[in-house]
Design a protein around this ligand. Sequence first.
Ligand SMILES: *Cc1c(COP(=O)(O)O)cnc(C)c1O
Length: 398
Amino acid sequence: MYIRQDYSKYFLDIYGQVDFMPVSAKGSRMYDADGTEVIDFAAGIAVNSLGHCHPELIAALTAQAQQLWHVSNIMVNQPALEFGKLLTENSCCDKAFICNTGTEAIEAALKLARRYNLKNFGKDRHKIISFKNSFHGRTLFAVSAGGQSKYSEDYAPLPTGISHAEYNNLESIEAMIDESTAAVIIEPIQAEGGIIPANPEFLQKLRELCDKHQAILIFDEVQTGVGRTGKLFAYQHYDIEPDIICLAKALGAGFPIGAILVKDKYSSGFEIGSHGTTFGGNPLACAVATKAFSIINTPEVLDGVQQKAQLFRQHLEEINNKLDIYKEIRGKGLLIGMELNDNYAGRAKEIMQAGFKNKVATLMASPNVTRFTPSLIIPNEDIMLGCQRFLDGLLIWQ
Ligand SMILES: *Cc1c(COP(=O)(O)O)cnc(C)c1O
């Protein structure tokens, strides 16, 4: 049996993990080798949207594992076709490209946007506008698009032609957008940046602004997509449609898969040979993702998200009335953020560690915000028990 400390012997130390090492999990409970049980309010990082080891996902995975795992993209396969149909029929977009991670989805969306503009308007229309404090993943293009310099500053020279406007500030982007703008990329709720939702009016005006300048509007729904906010996609809360949607995290409910969805108008941005991936669209990932998507895309699960979010809010408000640690509880659906009071500023990591010590897994989103992203079907009793453990953990820590 290996121990937590063996990690640094074999791996590049880039994560700074907690001490708890799960060996198995079921639903919203994880267990280590000693049988210690931890309630999971993190679900990976907004990934295991149907909890751990969901029986229907196990069935889909094992059935496909007996049949066909991987074929190259020289061939078409049945699970990919079924998944592509689901994605396009249930979104405002018409065509899909399947990859493996969120970063790759961002990379594909930005490349498509640049290429579409090159082919239709010439090379001067290549600029990308993103937003300060945003997070879009870790490849060089993605960290450059992201609006947090701590992720990009050590990797210069960075790709050029990217600028960052103020989030929720229309004047800021109005001053930047022009005939050289190829695309605007935005998270409808800034997740890693601290669970900051876009104002509806801001997003609606942004849509109008992109239409006026014929800029492609890309929604990074890697964290908000596939039911997390109580609707299938977060854009559906805002009464507008993006041109491209980026998805990953919950898309495979724990199996690695990502995708971009594109409106017909822009689908010519990629042609045969202009982009690709070895593993994207493999039958195993698509079979699991199809099952996950079908389960999540039901009134039962999506309405349940709203109800469970309500339950969380009640418990969290009670906890905060007792302890007075947070100044705001916010978010949408089961993407929950709690911003620390000024006298606790910068201590979200300690709180996450205090939770683990008391057998509840939570996350942070920036140094000032505690984040919960539980399974969309977390049982109500696990919400209650986990919140109790969270409170007790905070009492010990405080
Ligand atoms: C996690 C995340 C990404 C990156 O996804 P990976 O699968 O880690 O590459 C991109 N955008 C947002 C909004 C994310 O939350």
